[in-house]
Design a protein around this ligand. Structure first.
Ligand SMILES: Nc1nc2c(ncn2[C@@H]2O[C@H](COP(=O)(O)OP(=O)(O)OP(=O)(O)O)[C@@H](O)[C@H]2O)c(=O)[nH]1
Ligand SMILES: [Mg+2]
Length: 260
């Protein structure tokens, strides 16, 4: 099949500070050969330094990435390519901009407005009221960034993800539900108003529990793959396998199929 000549569709990953964006983006590429997906993930020039740094920190040293500094915020992009059709999509990351960085805020606003699909990431281990504020602020921010909404709901697809889902899993049955019915899993664990907030702004959304690290699943119990070393630094077991890492992206790409 010929490669798609069209401009790739643009998916933006966006979420509050410490939501797990960098880890998600890093593991998405580093683990990508293990995903059973019709999409392959390729590096771009913009992402090569990021990949090298993350490979050293995560794959070699079993560490989590450092928090992304605003002063050195990196724009990272990957290319998704469909193995059958050759269709392509780009994924880019926008890290949260601080209130004092007006230039970055404007850049971020434009980036969000131009996106064809959005992946929003929230940390469910946040204090309830903080999480609620983060979800509301993020949805409002993305909504107003899209010029011409004129009171209408945003028609773009939103994959709304709870990060660090390994913390939410209590049993193999939970793990099974998170894999088989991700939307249901999140509905059962989030504030009842979550769907209401989303319905207010977005026409088409899907919920996903995501863990960039995952858990080890035994017959009767689950074992964590994150632990603290003797210096109380958080580390990752080398055999850690992520949960639902590519699924939100493949859902978004399926929603954007007619554009690919
Ligand atoms: N248990 C668990 N913890 C995670 C996971 N992903 C990230 N974390 C934790 O969350 C912290 C923040 O993750 P980052 O990926 O740096 O978050 P971020 O959204 O890029 O943060 P900023 O760059 O500061 O905005 C990490 O240092 C880990 O402690 C995960 O899948 N599971
Ligand atoms: Mg980051």
């Amino acid at each position: 099949m010929p490669e798609s000549a069209a401009k790739p569709v643009d998916i933006v990953l966006w979420g509050p500070t410490m939501a797990g964006k960098t880890m998600m983006l890093a593991r998405l590429y580093l683990q990508s050969v293990e995903f059973e997906s019709q999409w392959e993930i390729l590096p771009t020039e913009e992402s090569s330094q990021f990949i090298a740094d993350m490979r050293n920190a995560i794959s070699r040293d079993n560490l989590f990435p450092e928090p992304t500094s605003l002063a050195h915020s990196e724009q990272v992009a990957y290319l998704f390519r469909n193995r059958q059709s050759g269709a392509a999509a780009t994924l880019s990351i926008v890290d949260r901009a601080g209130v004092h960085y007006q230039d970055l805020e404007e850049q971020t606003r434009q980036h969000l407005a131009q996106a064809d699909g959005l992946l929003l990431l929230f940390d469910p281990s946040r204090e309830k009221e903080t999480l609620k504020r983060e979800v509301q602020n993020t949805l409002e921010h993305v909504y107003v960034s899209k010029a011409g909404n004129c009171g209408a709901k945003d028609e773009r697809p939103y994959a709304v993800c709870l990060s660090k889902a390994d913390i939410l899993l209590k049993s193999p049955a939970d793990h099974d539900l998170a894999c088989r019915s991700p939307h249901q899993f999140v509905i059962q664990r989030m504030e009842a108003d979550l769907v209401g907030w989303l319905e207010r702004f977005c026409k088409n959304f899907q919920l996903f529990p995501v863990s960039s690290v995952g858990v080890r699943v035994g017959r009767d119990d689950l074992e964590p793959v994150v632990f603290f070393d003797e210096k109380l630094t958080q580390r990752l077991a080398p055999d850690a396998r992520p949960l639902n890492l590519i699924e939100p992206f493949t859902w978004l790409l399926a929603q954007l199929e007619d554009r690919l």
